[in-house]
Design a protein around this ligand. Structure first.
Ligand code: SF4
Length: 436
């Protein structure tokens, strides 16, 4: 049993790297520490406790994590340093070896942080607390707030897919989730705090329900009935799990925004096979066409990876042509990076870094073209905008339900409010101005 008096007058600093799920989980860690009396540091203060929640999606992400941990230690001399997250689960010893790190918590331990703090006694060497990834079972609800406007609700964690290039299943464990009832309760809490928009997040959210005998479709139906939530967005959902039933429901729902984020990863069927993805380009095209047929103004963001092993010039060209012919709004382009222990390492054909770079640029140019066309199609339309609190150079921003970014001079009374506006011209950073 921990004596809570050790937390008296303590201040904590938090640093999160990676995805929205990590941000939601850091929020949950922060809540645990605040319940025992630890407050968040204010700007310029030195923390007594530092928490770094790491990511390991690429080799570069690993490097950034190590740098971030070192900077945290330097900026907060003498602080008790806790490192957790995907990189901590995958390479705990790498982190424990950094001078100044006290404890390294794996994915199972990260949301049970208080139990591991050992009276905040600094260690000569970082102590590692991890569970083998295939034994990770717990699901701890997390919901984080972004700029007091948008909330990220974790509905699912882990993944059973084992795509050949991905380390996430090794870092986060098997697919698991909370109950629909607990998600509905958390959505109600967001409403009570004045939140207007909730983004459903997870590693493979379409797989929701594995551990509770429920399913994603029932989840969104239940959430749609929560009074007071102005809108929901579904974050990235695997194309094979984005059923026509879900698309149809979103088009008629009271609160789900016409905004989809679907990972394609490659527009070549041969590369999709090498990646061990569970669909082909025909299925992907069907999903995009179904969305656009029912919701012509829907925003569709698509993830792609360039330069994966096995992506020959021919396959890349096939992928580019497929993308060119598809009616999406924006691409999120990632460059393939080798990850230890992945099946992709067995594929022989490696792509030269210069070619990877050129392919990345080709797809980013295509993305710009598609986004511009989408934004132009929205000019002159009336949309509901949720304005954010943040002020940049006396301007404020917001997003329409179909994810068009809006800019207008800052007015405090608009923050966290939904307003109907007519979209005007688009400026060069592809932000719409409101028509007078
Ligand atoms: S679906 Fe594939 S890419 Fe996505 S987390 Fe699971 S293994 Fe990784």
């Amino acid at each position: 049993m921990i004596d809570n008096s050790i937390f008296e007058n303590k201040k904590a600093a938090y640093l999160t790297l990676g995805c929205k799920l990590n941000f939601a989980e850091t929020s949950a860690i922060g809540r645990q520490l605040s319940q025992v009396g630890v407050r968040k540091v204010r700007q310029g203060e030195v923390a007594d406790i530092c928490v770094v929640n790491t990511c390991s999606v690429t080799e570069l992400a690993d490097k950034k994590c190590r740098q971030a941990v070192r900077k945290m230690i330097k900026d907060n001399p003498g602080a008790y340093v806790i490192v957790t997250g995907c990189y901590a689960q995958l390479k705990p010893e790498d982190i424990a070896g950094i001078d100044g790190v006290d404890i390294v918590l794996g994915s199972e331990q990260k949301l049970d942080i208080i139990e591991h703090l050992d009276e905040l006694k600094k260690k000569d060497k970082g102590q590692v607390y991890t569970t083998k990834t295939n034994q990770i079972r717990s699901f701890v609800p997390s919901c984080s707030q972004d700029d007091r406007t948008r909330y990220f609700l974790k509905v699912q964690d882990g993944c059973d897919y084992f795509c050949s290039f991905c380390t996430i299943p090794f870092a986060r464990g098997r697919s698991r989730n909370g109950t629909i009832e607990s998600m509905v309760n958390q959505a109600r809490e967001v409403v009570a705090k004045g939140g207007k928009e909730i983004v459903l997040t997870g590693v493979n959210i379409g797989d929701f329900g594995k551990t509770t005998g429920e399913n994603f479709f029932d989840l969104i139906k239940a959430l749609d009935d929560v009074e007071g939530v102005e809108r929901y967005r579904i974050s990235s959902i695997e194309p094979n799990l984005l059923t026509d039933e879900i698309i149809e429901f979103v088009s008629k729902s009271k609160r789900f925004a016409p905004h989809f984020h679907i990972p394609l990863q490659s527009g070549s069927d041969a590369v999709l096979k090498l990646m061990r993805r569970r669909y082909d380009t025909a299925l992907f095209r069907h999903k995009v066409e179904t969305i656009k047929r029912i919701m012509p103004d829907a925003f569709i963001g698509v993830d792609v990876i360039v330069g994966t092993r096995g992506e020959t010039d021919e396959y890349f060209e096939e992928a580019r042509q497929f993308l060119e012919s598809l009616d999406f709004s924006q691409l999120h382009v990632f460059t393939y990076s080798e990850r230890p222990n992945t099946q992709a390492l067995k594929i022989e054909h490696e792509v030269d870094p210069k070619i990877k770079h050129a392919r990345c640029k080709t797809l980013l140019d295509l993305s710009d073209k598609k986004l511009e066309a989408f934004y132009q199609s929205q000019q002159g339309t009336e949309r509901k905008v949720l304005f954010e609190h943040t002020q940049h150079d006396s301007m404020m921003y917001g997003f329409t339900e179909n994810y068009v970014k809006i800019e207008t001079p800052y007015q405090e009374n608009k923050a966290n409010e939904i307003k109907v506006v007519r979209l005007g011209m688009f400026n060069k950073v592809k932000t719409a101005l409101i028509e007078a």
